[in-house]
Design a protein. Structure first.
Length: 181
């Protein structure tokens, strides 16, 4: 079988739930071995965006917030969504300003990734932001955020020790570590 061949057969599909951010679809399928089954897919209407801001002293900024979905407080990079019709870079610039008050003069897209491709088609763009200037944060009304400026190597250690569990943050920190070593 060729790597590009789809071994799944979709018999029918039905939207089970939809809101402004996601759509959940259930599919009746024939699986790759020919057996009947169901498959669910969560479609995200926005691209995911993450920004690793890195200042001249090799410090980065983490955002702390309570995540409803996992019922935990987490530390992660500035992250958000990129609505259809908006460029990933514009969205990254907006998220960085909203969550930290930072603006950057130098932007580099360092990766794109699927976040959980067994159940969702969510696609992410990750940026490195340099040439930072501090301004006032402008969080959305649903956000209660704390911002910490930490040495990049300390954040890398937090990733190594499992203190940071957010996938976008982990991937970005590991990528930047590779870029600068």
């Amino acid at each position: 079988m060729a790597e590009t061949s789809n071994p799944w057969t979709i018999l029918s599909e039905k939207a089970q739930y939809e809101n402004p951010w996601i759509k959940v679809t259930e599919y009746d399928v024939l699986n790759p071995s020919g057996g009947k089954g169901i498959y669910g897919k969560v479609h995200f209407k926005n691209l995911a965006i993450a920004v690793l801001p890195l200042d001249d002293e090799m410090h980065t900024y983490l955002v702390g917030q309570y995540r409803f979905t996992i019922d935990q407080y987490t530390w992660e990079l500035p992250e958000g969504g990129c609505p259809e019709g908006t460029s990933p870079l514009e969205s990254a610039q907006r998220e960085l300003l909203e969550e930290t008050g930072l603006q950057a003069s130098d932007w580099q897209e360092i990766m794109q990734m699927h976040l959980s491709n067994s159940v969702t088609d969510e696609w992410a763009h990750v940026f490195l932001a340099r040439g930072l200037q501090q301004g006032l944060a402008q969080p959305e009304e649903t956000e209660q955020l704390r911002v910490r400026r930490l040495p990049f190597d300390e954040v890398y250690r937090m990733v190594q020790n499992g203190e940071i569990t957010d996938s976008l943050t982990i991937a970005a920190v590991l990528k930047v570590k590779l870029m600068f070593t």
